[in-house]
Write a new protein. Structure first.
Ligand code: PNS
Length: 160
């Protein structure tokens, strides 16, 4: 059974993330989406909330699980007996950051391989940070994130 782990901050999940999850679920027997702590980012949603939002929008996929882990990705991978990290690549600008993380993870655990999927061109401009900015200034986030979580994002940004 080939398990892929799809890691990220997911603050919040976007349609770009969801596209990678859907495609990953076709390629691998199981995809474990894991919300990890990125020490460089301050969160809009608590990690437990991010997990709940991701579960809500991935419930149609029988081979997708969602978890939270506070620690190194490679330690999570060992716990799950998984060796494949799934990542999406949007543009050349992502490459350096992703290249560094893939090499670091492989250095920490040589069994671990990172597999990149090219993002759907439709989502190449999309990021969680951009979604938060658009929402903060009253722009429309429909088509950027799944419909089921639009209200959660707008309410949180408004501080409700
Ligand atoms: O969505 P992001 O913020 O680009 O995801 C980055 C993330 C969370 C995958 C990365 O920060 C991470 O793996 N954090 C866990 C700590 C870790 O394992 N770091 C080593 C890789 S450099």
């Amino acid at each position: 059974m080939k398990i892929a782990v799809y890691p990220g901050s997911f603050d919040p999940i976007t349609n770009g993330h969801l596209d990678i999850i859907a495609r990953g679920a076709k390629v691998f027997d199981e995809v474990i989406v894991v919300v990890l702590v990125n020490v460089d980012k301050k969160g809009l949603f608590k990690v437990e909330e991010r997990v709940e939002l991701i579960k809500r929008v991935t419930k149609e996929f029988s081979n997708v699980r969602v978890e939270f882990f506070n620690g190194l990705l490679v330690d999570f991978m060992r716990q799950k007996k998984a060796t494949v990290i799934l990542k999406g690549l949007r543009a050349v600008s992502d490459f350096e950051y992703e290249f560094q993380m893939a090499l670091m993870n492989n250095k920490l655990d040589p069994e671990v391989e990172t597999v990149f999927m090219m993002t759907n061109a439709q989502y190449s401009y999309l990021s969680s940070s951009a979604v938060k900015q658009v929402a903060k200034f009253g722009g429309c986030i429909r088509e950027l994130v799944p419909d089921e979580i639009i209200v959660d994002i707008i309410s949180r940004i408004k501080g409700e």
